[in-house]
Design a protein around this ligand. Sequence first.
Ligand code: BGC
Length: 382
Amino acid sequence: MELSRRTVIAGAAAGIAATTTVGTAQATAGGRKPVKELFGRLADGTKVHRWSLENGGTRLKVLSYGGIVQTLEFPDRHGRRKNVVLGFDTIDDYVAKSPYFGALIGRYGNRIGKGRFTLDGKTYQLSVNDGENSLHGGAKGFDKRIWDVEPFTEDSDVGLHLHYTSVDGEMGYPGTLKAKVTYTLTRHGDWRIDYEATTDKATVLNLTSHVYWNLAGEGSGTIEDHELTIAASRYTPTDSGLIPTGESAKVAGTPFDFRHGKAIGQDIRAGHPQQVQAKGYDHNWVLDKGITARPEHIATLRDPRSGRTLKIATDQPGLQFYSGNFLDGTLVGTGSHTYRQGDALCLETQHFPDSPNHAHFPSTVLRPGQTYRTSTVHSFDA
Ligand code: BGC
């Protein structure tokens, strides 16, 4: 099966809203018009802008570089708002050393083994940037590109449309790919991401967002006390290069069982060979619901101290849960705190890593004439 028809249809059903540019429209129901400012410049002088959005109690700051969510704030049970994502203060830090903080990931979320795949009888060699493998789109993925940003207000929603055209052969991927990502803040304070793309040659595609969450507050220490629930009975074990072996293993009776919710730290030192290899959790969970026409709730993350709760709904078949294993105390973020191992976690909704090399994984192939559409919704509560 090609890129599942249901995935392709999913966003159409969700309906990508028509845009109304800021300046000509009023935001409603607590939503504020997105505000633009200069954030910095790349070495070649290219301007990087930052957009500030607010609606329903949630605040977002988004960069035109990588579509990066620099900060995301929402209140705890006492109404205290805090930034709950890792990020940097300057564009120079993002360019020099960001481990994908808050960024859009493309063309392919997570790894492709040896950076190589064969499609329609032709083998493509991708940019290799993680040992012998290609990670998150290669050396200069979507996280390091300047996106065209267009703000909108629509009914009670506020948001941004982000556009990027990836040329044929970029990072080794075939086809000119036109990508559009929409960040919407709803009047309930939900952050919704709608991804859309077309190609002029058959290619593979797996877009996601790489936000590092710490619901107690950015830079406040470990996330091991956060409780996580994932609606998945299986996960995809990996080899030592973190490439899926192709197997889909049961979580039952292993540290990978998050079906009933548990503190992340509970079993993180259980000594399971898969954890030792990954230095913690860094795996794709096979969501029980499979690919769905619309986003369905698949994971809940809760910080018991503040009460802050994140719920994730997606139409995608997989979730990469990465427990911040490679944060090593060398990065200092927006709150002037050092980030150490386990100080944040990522929950990346996606197709499975290395799918182009595993025919039995749901397909990530996109062909001319098809439109890639997928959506993920983050809801916040306390
Ligand atoms: C991957 C990790 C990787 C990290 C980069 C995650 O999505 O699963 O293996 O180190 O991104 O920051």
